[in-house]
Design a binder for this molecule. Structure first.
Ligand SMILES: NC(=O)c1ccc[n+]([C@@H]2O[C@H](COP(=O)([O-])OP(=O)(O)OC[C@H]3O[C@@H](n4cnc5c(N)ncnc54)[C@H](OP(=O)(O)O)[C@@H]3O)[C@@H](O)[C@H]2O)c1
Length: 281
């Protein structure tokens, strides 16, 4: 049986149907069971919290493999300890592209967690995706709807190769269901590099309306995030990531997705066509 953490989140939600289609038995770890009421009754539910080790004992009982999504190193430690006791064989961890270089905090944090899993002796696979295409909804849809603009400190030159969540989930499903992925760290990106301005241009073209990209000063973005109640350490880490983007340090394209799945990743334009409603007022 496979335990899926982050089951209500970006990748977890996409992974569940893929595993069910391939006939896997799955259990989801959720803090609030009502969020997965839509799932088929064959999916086992474990109510628990990654921050509360005592809730993980029952969640990992009888589990062979874990898809792991965490936010803090302590959460990985909690899962590792429970998983070791329960005899879990494999952990497929959602990491990040930045773990490859681990120069900035987000990368360092994920790298540190990867190392803990490696050292604990599980079969491991690390997924290191770049920016999710869907971040454009989370970050920009509101201001596109209200002001026809994107306000973002993305600079003018730094590029990224955004990837569709479904493709990260597809690789997670392969790692959990096929042999040959143990001991692998996969850097997953889309196939096209864009500046933030170019991403906004693609949205605008697909939308059929002008959308302005306003390259705001980083301090303005920082104050906005702090004012909206985001955790200070997370805001600082995000600011560091954005600085790295502006310096063009995230301009990485790999063909890992295609070589693992045999088909190319979706283009950002194709993704925008499927998600246009999210940007419409
Ligand atoms: N966004 C990107 O571009 C990107 C790129 C590369 C890597 N990543 C990495 O991907 C990971 C996921 O990030 P995301 O933004 O996509 O988040 P997400 O998976 O959409 O959402 C977080 C998930 O974790 C669950 N969760 C949070 N705290 C929990 C806790 N204490 N106990 C149990 N479950 C908990 C949430 O459940 P609830 O429903 O209970 O809240 C939700 O299912 C992060 O490690 C991030 O660094 C993100």
């Amino acid at each position: 049986m496979i335990l899926i953490t982050g089951a209500t989140g970006n990748i977890g939600r996409e992974l569940i149907p893929l595993l069910l289609e391939s006939g896997q038995s799955i259990r989801v770890l959720v803090r609030d069971e009502s969020k997965v009421a839509y799932l088929d009754a064959c999916v086992e539910r474990a109510v628990g919290d990654l921050d509360k080790p005592e809730t993980l004992v029952a969640a990992v009982k009888g589990i062979e493999q874990i898809f792991l999504v965490t936010y803090e190193t302590r959460q990985d430690v909690n899962v590792i300890e429970a998983a070791k006791k329960a005899g879990v064989r494999q952990i497929v961890k959602l990491s990040t592209l930045e773990a490859t270089e681990h120069k900035i905090k987000v990368g360092k944090w994920h790298y540190e967690r990867e190392e803990l899993i490696r050292a604990a002796g599980f079969d491991w696979t690390f997924l290191r995706p770049g920016m999710f295409m869907s971040n454009s909804i989370q970050w920009w849809a509101d201001s596109i709807k209200k002001q026809g603009s994107v306000f973002f400190p993305g600079g003018k030159k730094g590029k990224v190769a955004p990837i569709d969540l479904r493709e990260v989930a597809e690789v997670a499903a392969l790692a959990l269901t096929q042999a040959g992925h143990s001991g692998q760290a996969y850097t997953l990106t889309g196939s096209e590099l864009f500046t933030i301005g170019e991403m906004v241009q693609v949205i605008s073209q697909v939308f059929g309306k002008p959308i302005q990209y306003v390259n705001i000063p980083p301090i303005a973005a920082k104050l906005f995030m702090l004012k909206s109640g985001m955790d200070k350490a997370l805001v600082n880490a995000l600011m560091e990531m954005l600085a790295s983007l502006r310096k063009n340090e995230g301009a990485i394209v790999t063909d890992t997705f295609q070589s693992l799945t045999g088909h190319p990743p979706r283009t950002f334009e194709a993704w925008c066509r499927e998600h246009m409603e999210a940007f419409r007022a």
